[in-house]
Design a binder for this molecule. Structure first.
Ligand code: HEC
Ligand code: HEC
Ligand code: HEC
Ligand code: HEC
Ligand code: HEC
Length: 628
């Protein structure tokens, strides 16, 4: 079989006797002091090597630049071009390197320092490319067996957390997702129809392919057990009843449909009036069967109310918006079944004891003693990972739950079962981001829709503190008010996502203090931003309450927020050449190839100084004086 070319570089990490392999989008990492480089490595000094090919359109001269602690060696076409001990925060430059048109071999070898934080970022520059990280589009490698088996292991570990195996097979934690909850049963009878509950309990997979909830019953008793539990859960009423929503009208439904399109709900769902089924997306056909009157609006307004780790984000809908969306979803939903669940006392009692002894309370919460027993993780022998919960044809008398798993997923879990499983005790934010960005569908919006911020840039651009607040929904300000869509909030996942975006780009999870402010330069920046003798940045950018003057050109972001948002390094590179970072950007370049400013009379046309002056002004944030 011919070896296949894959995007990005092949990365191999080693620490002690452990190793890990992955595909990397670029040459960057940040490992805080005392943390492992990845969950599959023991904590301590480690090495990382990135290898593959770097392709350029034109033959020419380039430089490579490294910012790092520890030791870094970069080789191009087998010749060493940079080999040094790092003195972060100072960049170290390579000698001049000639790159051939087309593919060039690139190998970067990094050794982390014995103690303290490990960091490395490799950028490049040349006639054609300004000083920037090497874009993933220019990097490729040959897929190899080490990466595929490491990916299988990573998939097994991810599934172990997502499917909540450790809620029954208990073990020492560390990986945050091991604490992922399930919807609480408290008050559930006020929110869900009992008939739907019975159907779900009997076979979650039939209503939602890929749900992390396994089937707990099988054989002849499935229907009667599920009915009994549904009767019991149906009897659990909330203290405050829900207000049913106003009756639906054609206008309401139409407004709901248009909002549904604007907010891009299809990133994760199949539109309810779309006949095409997509098993990877969540169905919305069951809303009438599932939600009691008023419960759908309440759910849309706060999806995480009863389930913190829910994958459905919070769009901060107003009550009108939620009613519109609910009316639209209901108008296209399937008719509920007419079967009803009896609610006699004996059935409820039976359901109650089943909930206590069937494993439900290992994942769901309710104030009742749990009498279900399962072996601890340490007791599951490696060779048993095709039995019990992973058996393809389980024994009729087994009390183990049944998951619907593909054979690849079974093999991934089995591969994970053969390890010492200590990776569950380790956590890194970059690993959390890699996993959750997939399961939360971040890239189904970022990179799919025009005008949305590009995924590849987010981590290198934003300070992690701001990113975490924004992803978590605690920033009410909207950076791009001209977009009809909005970023939905993921409150439970936000902190690690924001940190992971930074560390995966070689930036610290906690932003260090900026250089001391310079009031004189800020005055120059103030002038530069305006129209008289400046760059007229304010034709596109607002500054606090001062609105942009020509927003129709290409609206920019309100600069009063940029200091708390932006990594200084990104800010400098962006101003130097916006199009090199975002090929579609309409923001002009104000600096020539040599970096000289277009305003030669200010600061002697010194590019870096001019860029710094604008930053000194921007960093005043909400106190930025009004532009001229
Ligand atoms: C609701 C609790 C529960 C959950 C969740 C659960 N298990 Fe189990 N598992 C059990 C019980 C109980 C047994 C043993 C009883 C039996 O086989 O009859 C078992 C048995 C096993 C066995 C076989 C052990 C042996 O020695 O035969 C393996 C392997 C296993 N589980 C792996 C997993 C994995 C992997 C997951 C997650 C995908 C998982 N389990 C989720 C309850 C659970
Ligand atoms: C980032 C992905 C994502 C986006 C975007 C998203 N959802 Fe969801 N949604 C989910 C997930 C995941 C669930 C399943 C939650 C659960 O029960 O665990 C869900 C569940 C739902 C449900 C309940 C369905 C059921 O049968 O339980 C409704 C209704 C819903 N979403 C409406 C919307 C609407 C309306 C929008 C757009 C405003 C939207 N969603 C956008 C991920 C998303
Ligand atoms: C291994 C963990 C696990 C076990 C064991 C488990 N569940 Fe679940 N359950 C979940 C998760 C996770 C969800 C959310 C479903 C989703 O996101 O697709 C869920 C969803 C549900 C729901 C829907 C709740 C809602 O408000 O939308 C009900 C009802 C439910 N489970 C009942 C049960 C019952 C009854 C049992 C025992 C017979 C049980 N579950 C056992 C994990 C579990
Ligand atoms: C339903 C579509 C959608 C999904 C899903 C989505 N985003 Fe966004 N995101 C947006 C939109 C739209 C914006 C721009 C908001 C604005 O500027 O007002 C945005 C902005 C952002 C920003 C700020 C970028 C900037 O330059 O201002 C970050 C960070 C971000 N998203 C991270 C994420 C992460 C992480 C995920 C997955 C957990 C995610 N997004 C999922 C639509 C989405
Ligand atoms: C023709 C319109 C236009 C002009 C003029 C313009 N910009 Fe921009 N600027 C943009 C656009 C568009 C973006 C990217 C918005 C986005 O991320 O969606 C941007 C982004 C930025 C950002 C990043 C802001 C953030 O918080 O993400 C900064 C800083 C910035 N511009 C500074 C300037 C400065 C300083 C000037 C004048 C020297 C200037 N811009 C002139 C259109 C413009």
């Amino acid at each position: 079989m011919a070896a296949e070319a894959a995007a990005g570089l092949a990365q191999t990490l080693r620490s002690g006797t452990s190793s890990d392999h992955r595909t990397a989008d670029g040459i960057a990492l940040f490992v805080p002091s005392g943390e492992p480089a990845t969950p599959f490595l023991v904590q301590g000094p480690f090495t990382s090597a990135w290898s593959g090919e770097l392709s350029v359109d034109l033959r020419g001269e380039y430089f490579f630049h490294g910012l790092f602690t520890g030791h870094l060696k970069v080789s191009i076409n087998d010749a060493v071009v940079l080999d040094a001990d790092g003195k972060s925060p100072a960049w170290i430059d390579s000698s001049k390197v000639r790159l051939n048109k087309g593919a060039n071999k690139i190998l970067t070898e990094y050794s982390a320092p014995k103690s303290g934080e490990a960091l490395v970022r490799v950028y490049w520059s040349g006639k054609e490319v300004p000083f920037n990280p090497i874009p993933v589009g220019a990097l490729s490698h040959t897929a190899n067996a080490d990466i595929s088996s490491a990916n299988q292991l990573r998939r097994g570990r991810d599934l172990f957390a997502e499917l909540r195996c450790s809620h029954c097979h208990t073990t020492q934690g560390g990986m945050p997702d091991l604490t992922a909850d399930a919807p609480t049963f408290s008050g559930i009878g006020s929110r869900r129809h009992s008939t739907w509950l019975a159907q779900w309990i009997a076979n979650p997979e039939s209503l939602r392919p890929g749900s992390p909830m396994p089937a707990l019953f099988h054989g002849a008793e499935t229907a009667s057990h599920s009915d009994a539990i549904a009767a019991f859960l149906g009897s659990l009423k909330a203290a405050t009843p829900l207000t049913p929503s106003a009756s639906s009208t054609a206008d309401l439904i139409e407004a709901g449909q248009s909002l549904y399109e604007k907010l891009h709900c299809v990133a994760c769902h199949v539109a309810p009036d779309d006949a095409k089924a997509d098993p990877a997306k969540i169905s919305q056909k069951q809303v009438l069967a599932k939600f009691k009157p008023g419960a759908l609006v309440a759910f849309l307004r706060k999806p995480s109310e009863h389930f913190a780790w829910i994958g459905m984000p919070d769009f901060k809908l107003s009550s009108d918006e939620a009613s519109q969306l609910a009316a639209y979803l209901e108008s296209a939903a399937d008719k509920p079944s007419e079967r009803s669940i009896p609610s006699d006392e004996a059935l409820i009692l039976k359901g109650k004891s089943l909930v206590q002894n069937s494993g439900c309370l290992n994942c769901h919460t309710l104030d009742l003693p749990n009498t279900y027993k399962a072996p601890a993780l340490a007791a599951l022998k490696a060779e048993a990972w095709s039995a019990g919960c992973l058996a393809t044809s389980p024994a009729a008398e087994s009390t183990a739950p049944r998951y619907t798993l593909s054979s690849a997923d079974r093999q991934a879990l089995a591969a994970f079962g053969r390890t010492d499983r200590s990776s569950l005790t380790r956590h890194t934010a970059a690993d959390f981001l890699e996993r959750q960005a997939v399961s939360l569908n971040c890239r189904e919006c970022h990179g799919k829709f025009e005008g949305f911020p590009a995924w590849e840039l987010l981590g290198g651009k934003l300070k992690p503190e701001w990113a975490s607040r924004f992803i978590g929904g605690s920033e009410s300000w909207k950076p791009r008010p001209w977009l009809e869509s909005r970023m939905p909030a993921f409150p439970t996942h936000a902190a690690f996502l924001g940190q992971g975006l930074a560390t995966a780009h070689g930036l610290p999870p906690v932003t260090p203090d900026d250089d001391a402010p310079d009031a004189e330069l800020a005055k120059v920046g103030h002038k530069l931003i305006g129209t008289s003798g400046g760059f007229a940045c304010i034709s596109c950018h607002s500054v606090g309450d001062f609105g942009a003057t020509q927003v129709f050109e290409a609206p920019g972001i309100n600069l009063a927020h940029s200091f708390e948002r932006l990594q200084p390094d990104f800010y400098r590179r962006w101003l130097r050449n916006p199009v090199s970072l975002d090929p579609n950007s309409k923001m002009p370049a104000y600096f020539d190839e040599e970096g000289k400013s277009a305003l030669a009379e200010v600061l002697e046309g010194d590019g870096p100084k001019t860029i710094r002056a604008l930053w000194e002004y921007i960093r005043l944030g909400s106190k930025m004086p009004k532009p001229e």
